[in-house]
Design a protein around this ligand. Structure first.
Ligand SMILES: [Cu+2]
Length: 351
């Protein structure tokens, strides 16, 4: 039981993408960190009791994080509103302002819907403060659903985080000129951080079966053809750190690894203290003067280390509530990482 509680304590704000800051049918303003591939699996379905069957609406998003808050990706929709066909929507994203989960963020998402041969785009903004995120999107499509002229629409949503690990969210969206058979899109979700992992999960109710820029402005036409009820479903977010796949391409590297020299902690009073929490160094860059010491304090219920990138050595494993103090004698830039979690990175600059 104690272990379960410890694991629950670890759930962290995610740097890549978290469903705790996004509603089911608004694209949001997220971009993955550079060299991280974000894979989001969104599955929705309608269940018939007679005949006993399930109609599935699987959708997924793949996006590669690039420098300067940009990303390139695609959405794959298996039962799109373009005549029920599979569609691939290629998109780019640039977030010129803000970051996920704090204050005001803005993102621009140009896209191309391959099934409709339509140039689409979205401007999204959101504001997060305390437990609340308010979001809005303005969307346009040059040839939506491969039918007729260009159209535009808008959506708005709200997320309320009940705890650091659980949120409720909802949204509505519509074209500005809906046709007689077009109903506004809506969705609601219960979203969770999966403790001790970088994943988030949400359980959803929505009438959207095509989460492209055009499709998420209206109730799924395929769904309307079979029922007047909504779809149920879930979304699962998976950030993949490409650096973790290095052993695939450098299989011999493992056997060549020389154990790093173990650096003992010193007893000096530190000039700076760096907390390790949520599998991050909280203050990833610090500056000290030559001769001063830095102390790392592990507030996670996991073991971390401080290993210098130049291979000069590493701390011993630092358990929960444990510390490691190192005295920097010479000026320079000292990048370091955690050997247990290679994506945990920090830099000490010594003047
Ligand atoms: Cu670590």
């Amino acid at each position: 039981m104690k272990r379960v509680l410890l694991a629950l304590c670890l759930a962290s704000p995610l740097s890549a993408q978290s469903l705790l800051y996004r509603t089911p049918d608004l694209g949001g303003t997220w971009v993955p960190d550079p060299a991280v591939v974000q894979f989001n699996f969104l599955h929705r379905f309608y269940y018939f009791s007679t005949p006993h069957q399930v109609q599935n609406f699987p959708m997924f998003t793949l996006a590669l994080g690039l420098p300067a808050n940009t990303a390139l990706g695609l959405r794959y929709v298996t039962r799109s509103d373009v005549n029920g066909n599979n569609t691939v929507e290629f998109f780019g994203r640039w977030r010129p302002l803000g970051r996920e989960g704090s204050g005001f963020s803005l993102s621009l998402t140009p896209a191309y819907n391959s099934a409709a041969s339509s140039f689409d785009g979205e401007v999204s903004g959101d504001w997060s403060g305390g437990p609340v995120t308010v979001s809005g999107s303005l969307r346009g499509a040059s040839h939506p659903f491969a039918q007729g002229a260009a159209r535009a629409g808008a959506g708005g949503g709200l997320v309320v985080r009940l705890t650091r690990y659980i949120a409720l969210s909802g949204d509505v969206a519509s074209f500005f000129n809906p046709g007689p058979a077009e109903k506004p899109a809506w969705g609601a979700a219960l979203s969770l951080v999966i403790p001790g992992s970088p994943h988030t999960f949400s359980i959803q109710v929505s009438n959207v079966g095509d989460n492209t820029i055009a499709g998420s402005n209206r109730r799924s036409q395929l769904l309307s053809a079979i029922t007047n009820k909504p779809l149920y479903g879930f979304e699962f977010t998976i950030p993949l750190h490409l650096s973790r796949f290095r052993p695939w391409f450098h299989p011999n590297e493992v056997s060549q690894v020389v154990p790093l020299r173990l650096i003992p902690s010193v007893a000096d009073a530190p000039a700076v203290e760096i907390r390790m929490t949520g599998i991050h160094y909280r203050a990833d860059t610090v500056t000290v003067n030559a001769g001063q010491s830095v102390r790392w304090v592990n507030a996670d219920p996991l073991v971390h280390t401080v290993a210098f990138d130049d291979g000069s050595g590493t701390s011993a494993e630092i358990p929960q509530n444990g510390t490691f103090t190192f005295k920097f004698d010479r000026p320079g830039t000292y990048p370091y990482h955690c050997t247990q979690h290679p994506f945990m990175k920090g830099v000490v600059i010594v003047k």
